[in-house]
Write a protein that binds this ligand. Structure first.
Ligand code: PHE
Length: 456
């Protein structure tokens, strides 16, 4: 049954921007530089781009096809496309659970970015000594109330947009936030590249050092590619059921991947030249790079031109906030679509209830930087465990699941019809795509996965 107008994306560009909004997020601007910095720079980036092309895009396109064909939330799409096999509907619950986990810990970091944007706008970063930024961050992150309040603000804002619906909420939000995000990012790259010492940062990003590459690096690069493209969690599968039938899924998948990679690289071109512009700072500061190293850099990099420091930091944290929001919207939408279809509950009601659940789990993640810091799961804090579980286990597992599903369970003709729009487009690309989904991607994911965990 064809969807009603308001529950579909109105335009093709709206569909691309919404999917790109899901893909472009903290993964590009916070996680990518962190992983690149700690895994040796350009060599990591090369492997990451390879994964994007070889696995990421085909899997994304598969999610699109399953979602648009199924025309419902992820579990019902799995059910429809498997010709009614109940077992596959239950498999579709795995992404829903993963969606809860990812939104919970993601919203914690999104809350930090919102707080930092407000502090930057109130000029709260100026005039601090370098060591004070680290104290500022740790006393904020370990606080029992403040970060949770910002977490609640982020999740509630996300819920409000999702409750507004597909066209009025998600599409409109993406159409406003994504272009703004591109403008901010270009302005920031230009500013950063003019800093003294910028060329060292560019060098770090462009000159590969393969001696740093091992099984764990490769697993990290794959995890990062999947995380960055939002694949394996079926948010894109849910979005695709709002796509019009004439959307060319392979074309859109490629466009989203190109936008996503460009944004990640540009984030690198903002951050690393800035870090190298101050002697003594290092690019491998880990997750605190964006919250400790950068506020310090922003204050000192522009010398006496104080207003430039101010603008740079406000724009940067606003950029992070918008990127985070368009992604968290897609996470919540996937969960809301499931409960809405399964229990026929109203979207606003489900949006609020799911948000409350995410806030509870998110609060635990947040407290793992303070009073719960000694609670560990497999040697990791609750926050780190959620990140590990999502990026290194559930997303690759979800991607494997969708490859096996599309390559071996769904009829080839159905995949062909969906990806070629009934034999009109992509006819010559389809066999290559199908071979990747059936053989290359599943075998590759399994090998890298076991190797990264030290099992082969
Ligand atoms: N791709 C998003 C980012 O880069 C994160 C995300 C993961 C979004 C999973 C949706 C699902 O930040």
């Amino acid at each position: 049954m064809e969807r009603k107008g308001s529950s579909m994306f109105a335009t093709k560009i709206g569909a691309i921007l919404a999917a790109a909004g899901s893909a472009v997020g903290l993964g590009n601007i916070w996680r990518f530089p962190t992983e690149t910095g700690t895994n040796g720079g350009a060599a990591f980036i090369l492997i990451y781009v390879l994964f994007m092309i070889l696995f990421g895009v085909p899997i994304m396109v598969t999610e699109f096809a399953v979602g648009r064909y199924g025309n419902k939330d992820v579990t019902h799409s799995f059910l429809t496309m498997s010709d009614g096999k109940k077992w596959w509907k239950y498999m579709g619950l795995m992404p829903v659970v993963a969606g809860f986990l990812v939104l919970s810990y993601y919203a914690v970091v999104a809350g930090w970015t919102l707080y930092y944007a407000v502090v930057a706008a109130l000029d709260g970063f100026s005039g601090k000594e370098p060591h004070e930024y680290s104290e500022f961050f740790s006393s904020f992150a370990s606080d029992e109330v403040k970060p949770i309040v910002w977490l609640v603000v982020v999740v509630m804002f996300t819920a409000a947009i999702v409750a507004l619906g597909v066209r009025r909420g998600i599409e409109r939000g993406a159409r406003i936030m994504m272009p703004l995000l591109f403008v901010f990012i270009v302005v920031l790259v230009v500013c950063s590249m003019t800093l003294p010492g910028a060329s060292q940062g560019v060098d770090f990003l462009l000159r590969p050092d393969f001696s740093k590459v091992n099984g764990a690096t490769v697993l990290s690069a794959m995890g990062q590619a999947f995380f960055s493209l939002s694949v394996g969690i079926c948010c894109l599968c849910t979005y695709a059921c709002y796509f019009r039938k004439d959307v060319n899924l392979i074309h859109d998948g490629l466009s989203v991947a190109i936008i996503d990679t460009l944004v990640a690289l540009m984030a690198g071109f903002i951050i690393f030249p800035a870090v190298y512009s101050i002697p003594g700072l290092s690019p491998d500061a880990g997750p605190s790079l964006v919250f400790v190293t950068l506020p310090n850099v922003f204050q000192h990099a522009f010398g006496d031109v104080v207003w430039l420091s101010y603008i740079f930091s406000v724009l940067f944290y606003l950029l992070l906030v918008m990127a985070a929001l368009t992604s968290s919207i897609s996470m919540l939408e996937m969960i809301v679509a499931f409960f809405h279809e399964e229990y026929r509950a109203s979207r606003p009601l489900v949006a609020v209830l799911s948000s409350v659940a995410c806030i509870c789990l998110g609060a635990l993640c947040s407290l793992s930087f303070g009073s719960l810091s000694d609670v560990t799961l497999f040697g990791m804090t609750i926050f780190d465990f959620c990140d590990f579980l999502v990026a290194k286990l559930l997303m690759p597992a979800g991607s494997l699941l969708i490859c096996v599903f599309a390559g071996w369970v769904v009829k080839r003709d159905n995949m062909y019809a969906e990806l070629t729009n009934g034999g009109v487009v992509n006819r010559y690309v389809f066999p290559v795509y199908y071979a990747i989904i059936r053989y290359v991607a599943p075998i590759g994911i399994l090998l890298i996965f076991f190797n990264g965990l030290g099992l082969v």
